[in-house]
Write a protein that binds this ligand. Structure first.
Ligand SMILES: Nc1ncnc2c1ncn2[C@@H]1O[C@H](COP(=O)(O)OP(=O)(O)O)[C@@H](O)[C@H]1O
Ligand SMILES: [Mg+2]
Length: 241
């Protein structure tokens, strides 16, 4: 379990500023959604937590440890940040079976074989994929593939789980079920979670807190109820209607 803190985080690509001055504290065990239209900077913020992108200014801390402080040339590489990630596409590796997909982060961390098997078995049970270890991704449904991705994101016992529109490729019915499943697993683990989505239903049904973004800025943050009852402006009111 862990906290995540953004302090005055900025990101530019060349001359183009995409994140302006992003400050946010995420509590231990909290499920926070970044909600906003396409291009507003959600993925960029998530990738800066993981270390796949580096902020051009400001500070990012995980569990009270600085992971990125470019002004002081302190950047912890992604593999040392102890974050788990689940993406929208390319969620699982097509050439690896279920077991190997899930075991991958443990292999990279050189986990001893016996422990690796125990941990993979445990996590597959949690995501209800026991018995499908030898299946290839092409032999799984979309929902099962996303469970593999979720298991892979959790297996190394990360401090923070980052999910980037993980349900976008699933049909409506499955999306609904997976929303509940992800939330339950998050609560069972008590894991701190940042969930990126442009889908207001997902954000409102799953989150402890929602951060609404527009053009690289936070427009409003609050519990689903606070935002629904008191949208700060027309943009928020329109976006959540
Ligand atoms: N590698 C990149 N190079 C240049 N611009 C980028 C890059 N990645 C993202 N952007 C730009 O940054 C902005 C935010 O993108 P992104 O974080 O992916 O938004 P979202 O996830 O909210 O849809 C967009 O305008 C996008 O075009
Ligand atoms: Mg995105």
């Amino acid at each position: 379990m862990s906290t995540v803190k953004f302090s005055n985080v900025k990101k530019s690509y060349g001359d183009v500023k995409v994140i302006h001055d992003f400050s946010l504290e995420i509590n231990d065990g909290e499920f926070v959604s970044f909600l906003g239209p396409s291009g507003c900077g959600k993925t960029t913020c998530l990738r800066m937590v993981s270390g796949l992108e580096t902020n051009t200014g400001g500070l990012i801390e995980i569990d009270n440890t600085t992971v990125s402080d470019p002004d002081n040339k302190k950047i912890i590489p992604p593999e040392k940040r102890k974050v788990g990630m689940v993406f929208q596409s390319y969620a699982v590796w097509p050439h690896m079976n279920v077991f190997d997909n899930v075991a991958y982060p443990l292999k990279v961390a050189k986990t001893p074989k016996a422990e690796l098997k125990t941990r993979v078995d445990e996590i597959l049970k949690i995501v209800e994929l026991t018995g499908l270890e030898k299946r290839m991704p092409s032999e799984l449904s979309g929902g099962q593939q996303q469970r593999v991705a979720l298991a892979r994101g959790l297996v190394a016992q990360p401090k923070v789980l980052l999910l980037d529109e993980p349900l976008s490729n699933l049909d409506a019915k499955l999306r609904e079920k997976m929303r509940g499943d992800i939330r339950k697993i998050q609560q069972d683990f008590g894991i701190t979670c940042i969930y990126v989505t442009h889908d207001q239903i997902e954000a409102f049904t799953m989150s402890d807190r929602i951060v609404i973004m527009k053009d690289g800025n936070i427009v409003q943050q609050g519990t689903p109820q606070e935002i629904r009852e008191n949208p700060v402006n027309d943009f928020v009111a329109d976006f959540i209607s």
